[in-house]
Write a protein that binds this ligand. Structure first.
Ligand code: NAD
Length: 478
């Protein structure tokens, strides 16, 4: 029997929704579950619950709020294997990475809990006698967290943990592609003593449930991870109520490989950050600029890695590099970009077409050389296992090409020369640069995009404070 999930609002699972959405396995097409196709009334109930719960939650000392996060983290660890299995089935992630996602999510909850004793305001010097100026940090109130499908479980924690530890309550809307893990998360939260209304979960489509959440006047901060197009729409909607936004959007991450790089390391790191999650990661290496003198040696190494890629249905094979793409639209988008690159004159070294496995949305791991800056394959987000390479004549040229992009999330450089690395660090206009390593951020860093990659950021101290607002107090004590 197919599981039918219901929303989690005000500390309880609701009655069944009249309208539902189906969730399927992208590797097989099998029906996995049904979730509510929530309407504005369901969103309204969730926001009202979050609003009611917020004042008491804010009054609770931060260390006690952190204790609730730790209890949830412990629950996630108890159920780590089954949670990973769910992510494999509904998103198509390979087993190892799904397990990393679950474990990282629990660690992230603990990490954000550690901030409870480190939330700081400021005391400022006044121009007046007998006056002290305090800058307090306070929660914003009700947070709406809208999630994508590519790291669906981790993103719950990336929104919820900093929101809750700083005294906010939250309503989460998972992606309609991958909501099961979020409903299972709610099931585990319900087994803890988290006060009712502090965390609420509403499933549904972006255009209905998502839009109702974003346009709700009682939402004080929208934290969204997803595409540029949706981010832009959300910002316009939020503008009507002047609701604050935190937007983590798409990327087109450049990787620069200089002639003095360790080519084995560069090829492996770039390969790893291209095939991870079947290329469906915002900070994946999406385009390479390699110095001409080492182009062939570098491509030879990458070709060997691409050709050795094992892919298939991750539920039945534990030892894969890649699973399927998330859906038919994703597959068609990748296919169209590669076909356009071929027409534009690029060379397909390996791959270049759908993988015929009989079922599922699989695309062959694809390496492309002879790419040029003006081609779509070098400008648009691919979100699939396709890596285009362009030869360059200098670091200056590579940096100029890297910066000539609508996006500004992550970037990387491979070199043994510290001066070259530091020139790149000074001149690259990106939120993150990785030097001699794969693209993958740490929870204590600050994951923030420039340009169309987003507004604000996540993780670390700076990500935490995005969930607060300041309140300045002028205290006269004559
Ligand atoms: P998407 O924009 O299609 O959907 C994301 C979420 O927005 C879903 O929950 C969807 O239901 C909701 N939504 C859609 N329309 C809406 C509307 N009008 N109002 C409110 N909500 C709406 O993105 P996706 O396909 O799920 O995710 C892939 C994208 O996410 C890629 O572009 C990727 O780069 C980006 N991403 C960015 C980061 C980052 O940290 N910068 C991380 C992961 C993914």
């Amino acid at each position: 029997m197919t599981t039918e999930y219901t929303n989690y609002i005000d500390g309880a699972f609701t009655a069944r929704s009249a309208a539902t959405l189906e969730v399927t396995n992208p590797a097989t097409g099998a029906l996995l579950a049904r979730i509510p196709d929530s309407d504005a009334a369901a969103v309204d109930a969730a926001v009202a619950a979050a609003k009611r719960a917020q004042p008491a939650w804010e009054k609770l000392p931060a260390i006690q709020r952190a204790g609730h996060l730790r209890k949830i983290a412990a629950k996630l660890r108890e159920h780590r294997t089954e949670l990973a299995r769910i992510i494999v089935r509904e998103q198509g992630k390979v087993q190892g990475l799904a397990q990393v996602e679950v474990d990282f999510t629990a660690d992230y909850m603990d990490y954000m809990a550690e901030w409870a004793r480190r939330l700081e305001g400021e005391v400022l010097t006044s121009d007046r006698p007998n006056e002290t100026i305090f800058l307090l940090r306070k929660p914003v109130g009700v947070v709406a967290g809208i999630l994508p499908w590519n790291f669906p479980f981790f993103l719950i924690a990336r929104k919820l943990a900093p929101a809750l530890v700083t005294g906010n309550t939250i309503v989460i809307k998972p992606s309609e592609e991958t909501p099961i893990n979020a409903y299972e998360f709610a099931r585990l939260v319900a087994e803890t003593d988290l006060p009712a209304g502090v965390f609420n979960l509403v499933g549904g489509r972006g255009a209905t449930a998502g839009d109702a959440l974003v346009s709700h006047p009682d939402v004080n901060l929208i934290t969204f991870t997803g595409s540029v197009a949706t981010g832009s729409r959300i910002m316009q909607t939020a503008g009507k109520n002047l609701t604050r936004v935190n937007l983590e959007l798409g990327g087109k991450a450049p990787a620069i490989v200089l002639a003095d790089a360790d080519l084995d390391l560069a090829a492996k790191a770039i390969y790893d950050s291209r095939v991870i999650n079947t290329g469906q990661v915002c900070n994946c290496a999406e385009r390479v600029y390699v110095e001409r003198s080492v182009h062939d040696a570098f491509v030879e190494r990458l070709t060997a890695l691409f050709k050795a890629t094992r892919y298939g249905d991750p539920s039945v094979d534990a030892d894969l590099h890649m699973g399927p793409l998330v859906n038919q639209i994703g597959l068609e988008k990748v296919e169209a970009l590669v076909e356009q690159a071929k027409r534009d004159g690029a060379n397909v070294v390996t791959g270049g077409k759908r993988a015929d496995l009989g079922q599922g949305f699989h695309y062959e791991p694809t390496l492309i050389t002879g790419a040029r800056a003006e081609m779509d394959i070098m400008r648009k987000e691919i979100f699939g296992p396709v890596l285009p390479i362009q030869a360059v004549d200098s670091l200056d040229e590579a940096i100029a090409l890297a910066n000539d992009s609508d996006f500004g999330l992550t970037s990387s450089i491979f070199t043994r020369n510290i001066n070259s690395a530091m020139q790149a660090v000074r001149e690259l206009r990106f939120g993150e640069t990785y030097v001699n390593r794969e693209h993958f951020e740490a929870m204590q860093g600050f994951h923030a995009g420039r340009k169309k990659s987003g507004i604000g950021g996540a993780d670390g101290k700076h990500g935490l404070y995005e969930f607060t607002e300041t309140h300045v107090v002028y205290l006269q004590t004559p």
